[in-house]
Ligand binder design. Sequence first.
Ligand code: AMP
Ligand code: FE
Ligand code: FE
Ligand code: ZN
Length: 310
Amino acid sequence: MTATAIQKSHFPAPSNHFGPSYPDLRGCIDLHMHSTCSDGAYEPEFLVEWAAHLGLAAIALTDHDTTRGVRRAQARGREVGVEVIPAAEITVAFSGGTFHLLGFFVDVDNQAFNDQMAAQVRSRNERNRKIVQALCDHGMEVTHEELAKEAGEAVVGRPHIAHVMIRKGYVREFKEAFDLWLGDGKPCFFNKEDFSPKDAIQLVLKAGGVPVLAHPRWLNFRDMAKLEAYIVELKGYGLAGLEVIYSDHEDSFQNTLKDIAKRHGLLITGGSDFHGGGVVKPEVTLGHGPGGGFHVPGDLLGPLKAAAGV
Ligand code: AMP
Ligand code: FE
Ligand code: FE
Ligand code: ZN
C-alpha cells in the first residue's frame, strides 16, 4: 500500500477543535504513542497509516515496557513512507510521582533488554493477581479470563481492570475505578517491582538506545530548582534528553525544561502520548496536543539520531 492508497474514511473524523479536517502536519514528527501492544486502542500498523495520512515524517512507537509492536510498525512504515523509530516507555520506580523513561532507538533484539522487559511483565502479572484477589475480597468478581479478553494482545494493566469493572457495573466510569479502588494508595492498589532510575537508564544505554525522561511534569516537582537538580542526577546515570513538548506541559514549563536542557547539554524531544482518543488521554490525537495545540518539529530528530549513532 502506498500513502496515497490509504482511505481517508479509515481514520477517526477530526474532533471539533480541528474543524472539518486535520491540520497539515507535513514534516512534523510524533515521538510518543501507544498501540494495542500496551494500552493504546489502535494496532501499530494503523498508527503508522494514520501518521502517513497526517503527513508526519517520523513517529516513535513507545509502548509501555515492550518493543513488541515495533517491527510491525516499521514494516508498514516502509510501505507508506513514514520512518518508525524503535522505542519503548519504561516504568521506573519513583515515590513522589510517575517516572517514565523513553528509550529511543533501542535494539529490539537485545537479549538483556528483552529479558528485563519479560521480568517486568511477570511482576505485573503477580500484581494483577493481588488486585483481582483484593477486588474479590471487596465483593467485585473480576476474572483473569475477563482481563485477558479485555487486553487482547497487550499486557494487562490497571486500565484493563477498570474497563472490566465498568462493564460489570462495579463502577460507573474509568476515573471512579481509580478514585475508589485501583489508584495509588486505594484499597485494591499494589506496587509492582519497577526499575530504579539508574537501572532503567543503563538498560536503555546497553541496548543501544537514547534514554529520555518522559513528561517531566509527572515527577511532580513544584520547585524547579529541585527538578533541575534531579535531572542533573539522572544525567550522571546517562540520561540524554528531556521530553519537553508534551500535552501536560504548558508553555512556561516547556521553557523551563528547554533552559534546563540547554544548560546541561540534554536533547529535546516531544510527542502526543496518543493512546487512541478513548478514556486514556482523550484530549490528544496523533501528532497533536490537547485541542490540536502543538506540533513537534521534524528538526528535533537529527540530534536524537546523532546521539543514537544512526
Ligand atoms: P499500570 O501500568 O497498570 O500501573 O496503569 C497505569 C495507567 O493507569 C496509567 O497510564 C493511566 O492510564 C491509568 N491511571 C493510573 N492512575 C490513574 C488515576 N488516578 N486516574 C485515572 N487513570 C489512572
Ligand atoms: Fe499508557
Ligand atoms: Fe508515560
Ligand atoms: Zn506514554
